[in-house]
Design a protein around this ligand. Sequence first.
Ligand SMILES: [Zn+2]
Length: 170
Amino acid sequence: MDNAMISRIEKAKRYAEQPERFQFQTFKVTIRGNNSTHWVTYDHGTLASDYDYFVKHGYSQHTMALERILQGMIVSPAQQESAYVMDSSRISKLEKAKQYAQERSRFTFDEFEVSVKGDNNSHLVTFNHGKFACTCEFFQSRGYCQHTMALERILVDMINTRAEETSANS
Ligand SMILES: [Zn+2]
């Protein structure tokens, strides 16, 4: 490990504690429910899902769990609480969402784009089926950077990085 890498790891740890640095632009997540598997997508503030309950109501335990996990890092439809009636079905979904948010291995982020505020500039990190990319210079030369490493920490247990990448980084 060289000094450049050590300083990046330190930065990544610090960044990972500061959700306000991260703004998800888009993502696609696969969720393993108790009975079946569903997907949720996010596109600049708009959530979508193939789950029946979501299609009817505009939210579900999956989307609410993701809003919890990514709190401060997405423009959350839940911030407009008044848009939803607090009926018994919403309350039960909310309880499930709290439980799901603790069970991170249910979620797999297949793809995402996140803008990251670094100490000097903002950069765009993209992740696509196991491969990270970042617009910063350090990433261009090394294939990793403080931004991608911070996101690996934030999304621990929820992303699968490619085997050859993991071994190259270790
Ligand atoms: Zn970077």
